[in-house]
Structure formats: C-alpha cells, structure tokens
Write a protein that binds this ligand. Structure first.
Ligand code: ZN
Length: 64
C-alpha cells in the first residue's frame, strides 16, 4: 500500500516543518523548491510557501 504526502513550507520554517514531518512519518522527506507561481501556504505560519517536502512511503512494510 502506497501513500504520498506533500507539505509546503516557507524558507523560514523549513526546519520546523521538516522536523514535524519526520516526527509524524518517521521518514525524511525530499525537499523540492517550488517553481510554479506560489499557490501554497506554509504549514507552519500560513505565508507563501517556497518549498515542498515530498514523502512517499510504502517501500518499507511495517508490521507490528
Ligand atoms: Zn512559514
């Protein structure tokens, strides 16, 4: 089963949002600068986002 998440962040809160994402998904996301006109808001402060953090998982199967 695959899942895909994208979180957006501004330059200022990149570290915060990255840490949050790692905490939530236990995987380091891929950082991509946003190239298209800014249409997304930072997850932390709600201002214009400059980066997206992509996370695709399903590669590691977790069984508990
Ligand atoms: Zn921000």
């Amino acid at each position: 089963m695959q899942d895909f998440h994208i979180w957006y962040t501004c330059d200022e809160h990149l570290d915060y949002v990255m840490d949050d994402m790692i905490e939530e998904f236990h995987t380091a996301p891929t950082l991509e600068p946003l190239q298209s006109p800014i249409e997304h808001s930072c997850k932390w402060c709600g201002k214009e986002a400059e980066y997206q953090l992509e996370l695709e998982y399903g590669i590691h199967e977790q069984t508990e």
